[in-house]
Design a protein. Structure first.
Length: 203
């Protein structure tokens, strides 16, 4: 299973980095997650309930961050166990780059699954993983708006004050303000964290 993509955010690189490294924020943004605890430097224990087609189970896993270059990038290694439902392991590369007054979050996730989950078929697994990732980004964006309303207000003002032609082009190219309103999102460190729960990052 491979997933990759990028997303423009209205918050700064430093603000996004802090959020992606805050267990409480990540836990609140992952549907079904009831445990996300630090167990050591760059290490976390994860627990969440997941349903993929007819298979429903509680997954437990662990995450280890390596190649950390704050506030720009890290590699997230994950593995999860769901008992008879199956298991998974993988890796996600996460990168944050300044972009205007906000930043761009880019990710690449590679994961492997086994057990009953693997028997459900790649299309179903990919669909569930992407749906969970999309849900994560909606929650993450809402949390960023709650914590940093000034960043979103500035993005909206910049878009409103731009000439009509420029504003239209900016909206079509997914400016931070437009992205803040978009629901078609796939994740990164969260995608990875989500995949860690499904299989995981994923994230």
């Amino acid at each position: 299973m491979d997933m990759q993509g990028s997303k423009a955010l209205a918050v700064t690189q430093a603000q996004a980095w802090d959020a992606l490294n805050d267990p409480d924020i990540l836990k609140a943004c992952i549907a079904g997650c009831d445990k996300l605890e630090a167990t050591g430097p760059g290490q976390y224990a994860v627990g969440m309930a997941v349903k993929i087609g007819p298979v429903a189970a509680r997954f437990t896993g662990k995450i280890h961050l390596t190649e950390v270059q704050a506030p720009e990038s890290y590699t997230l290694n994950f593995e999860g166990q769901g008992g008879a439902a199956g298991f998974g392991k993988g890796q996600a590369q996460v990168r944050l780059q300044p972009q205007g007054s906000g930043c761009e979050l880019a990710y690449t996730v590679r994961a492997q699954v086994g057990g009953k989950i693997a028997q459900l078929g790649q299309r179903l697994i990919d669909g569930v993983a992407r749906g969970m990732a999309e849900d994560f980004f909606k929650r993450f964006d809402a949390e960023m708006q709650r914590l940093h309303p000034e960043s979103y207000a500035q993005a909206e003002v910049a878009l409103d004050e731009a000439p009509a032609g420029v504003a239209t082009a900016a909206a079509s190219s997914q400016s931070p303000a437009a992205v803040a309103r978009s629901s078609m999102w796939i994740w990164v460190a969260g995608a990875a964290i989500v995949l860690a729960g499904v299989v995981w990052w994923l994230r």
